[in-house]
Design a binder for this molecule. Structure first.
Ligand SMILES: [Zn+2]
Length: 478
């Protein structure tokens, strides 16, 4: 760990934030809370560049609006002032943590726990459920809500100033669950689990988190997240769109893309009309990592390809070799592996709520692959599968920098038995069953294939969003 670097960032950033700019920030927050003008994605992008001038632009742009909301603004400012006190406390806590890390007194992740523990009045006692406590004041419900929101907004702004990079570096980010930097890098299995859990506590009307649908061979959890607008009740159970990733351990960009998609579905509700509309009509069931053991193994030493390029699970076979390829384990004599067994049983458990579409996310090759995967003769649903697969590829190209994905029959790549897509189609009657191979494209040098550059994490995630929205809309015929 680069301690000197951390210390430097800390010193610079803290002095930056704790002096004049803090009141400036409070103004922005007050503005944000008072006028209900949540910072939109475009503004956020500007802010992400971390320049104060960009902030000022936003303040100016909302100033006229603000005049209409004087009273709320005053209240919000008071709420923000309370927040600033808390934030000052937090920054002294950050210093304490960084000191501990510098002195090697704690592991990086434990620092995250310590961080929450330092502020029992401010944060709940677990880092996965942080929120502002109103314990010390007699606030009305509205004031409490304003305060809470301003606190959260404050953190959103800190993101934009790279402040949270401090956390990121020492891995404390995961204790706070901030999204902006989450997709700047690949993340560990533990980080993904915490993230899923935090989304469920922050968005209880949209998200249901199932910590484990079954244990792996090495006894890890396979977590699942459900996303739907729970306030919309239909006459019949909502159809399910099933997304899973990470059967193959080394396909990090598949897993990051599924997480990116999950983030977009949650944050897009009430902001993006297509997502809002879909969440009213369908339920997404998302399993970002079907193969946690394999994924954790790739993280043991990512600079060593023996670990980083591991594909299978971590079964010790009878001949002492290690690993079973999970995407060959969905066939008629299969489900020998606890991972595929857990996931398929979970899928089977939705009897009244039909799974209308499934997408198994892999890398690499930029391909939308429709079933069947085991034979080159098109299946009975070819007449609807091909047009929708083609449409998914077109949607990706249309929305993400002209990137080409090829739409084709899965078996035309290479016929393989026991794949998840065939099981969903034929073993579980899912009409629209696909596999997608994310970035990069096929002809890549060996060191790129499974090692997507960090700046491609978000664009690759955007590819998946484009394809999944098209798939879901097509499956329920919007
Ligand atoms: Zn794969």
């Amino acid at each position: 760990m680069e301690l000197a670097k951390i210390a430097k960032i800390t010193k610079d950033q803290l002095s930056f934030i704790s002096n004049a700019n803090i009141s400036f920030l409070s103004e922005v927050i007050a503005a944000d809370v008072a006028s209900d003008l949540l910072i939109g994605p475009e503004d956020k992008e500007k802010l992400q560049k971390g320049k104060v001038t960009n902030c000022r632009v936003i303040v100016n742009s909302v100033r006229d609006e603000l005049l209409k909301y004087e009273e709320e603004r005053r209240k919000a400012r008071e709420a923000s002032e309370l927040c600033i006190e808390q934030v000052n406390q937090i920054f002294s806590g950050i210093n304490a943590i960084i000191d501990m890390v510098k002195q090697d007194k704690c592991q990086s992740f434990n620092a995250g726990i310590s961080f929450a523990a330092l502020f029992p009045d401010t944060l709940n006692d677990t880092p996965t459920k942080w929120s502002v406590s109103s314990k010390s004041e007699n606030l009305t419900k509205k004031e409490r809500s304003l305060k809470k929101r301003s606190f959260i907004n404050l953190f959103n702004l800190f993101d934009t100033f790279n402040i949270i990079k401090i956390f990121d570096t020492v891995d404390i980010l995961h204790g706070l669950h901030l999204e902006i930097f989450f997709f700047d890098d690949f993340q560990s299995y533990d980080a993904f689990k915490l993230k899923l859990e935090s989304w469920s506590s922050r968005y209880p009307r949209l998200v249901k988190f199932i910590p484990s649908i079954g244990k792996t061979i090495e006894y890890r959890d396979i977590p699942v997240i459900h996303i739907t607008d729970m306030n919309t009740v239909l006459n019949s159970p909502k159809p399910i769109v099933w997304i899973q990733g990470g059967q193959h351990a080394r396909e990090w960009a598949a897993i990051s893309s599924v997480m990116y998609l999950t983030n977009a579905l949650i944050k897009g509700f009430n902001r993006n009309s297509r997502i809002t509309n879909l969440l009213e009509k369908v339920e997404f069931i998302i399993i970002p990592i079907v193969n946690p053991d394999g994924y954790v193994y790739t993280w043991i030493d990512p600079s060593n390809n023996v670990y980083r390029l591991w594909r299978k699970n971590r079964r010790v076979n009878s001949d002492s070799s290690i690993g079973v390829d999970l995407n060959r384990n969905w066939g008629p004599y299969a489900f020998s592996e606890p991972e595929t067994s857990a996931v398929s049983s979970y899928a089977k458990s939705f009897v009244s709520q039909k799974i209308v579409a499934s997408l198994d996310v892999h890398t690499y090759g930029q391909m939308v692959l429709r079933v069947p995967g085991y034979q080159k003769t098109p299946g009975p649903n070819e007449g609807v599968l091909k047009p929708l697969g083609d449409k998914m590829a077109v949607a990706i190209k249309a929305t993400t920098n002209n990137i080409d994905y090829v739409s084709m029959l899965s078996a035309d790549l290479a016929p393989t038995g026991g794949g998840a897509d065939d099981w969903f189609a034929e073993g579980n009657n899912v009409k629209y069953s696909y596999t997608i191979e994310m970035r990069p494209q096929l002809d890549q040098p060996a060191d790129i294939k499974f090692l997507l550059p960090l700046d491609q994490i978000r664009p690759c995630g955007e590819d998946l969003i484009a394809s999944v929205l098209t798939l879901a809309e097509g499956a329920i015929a919007i």
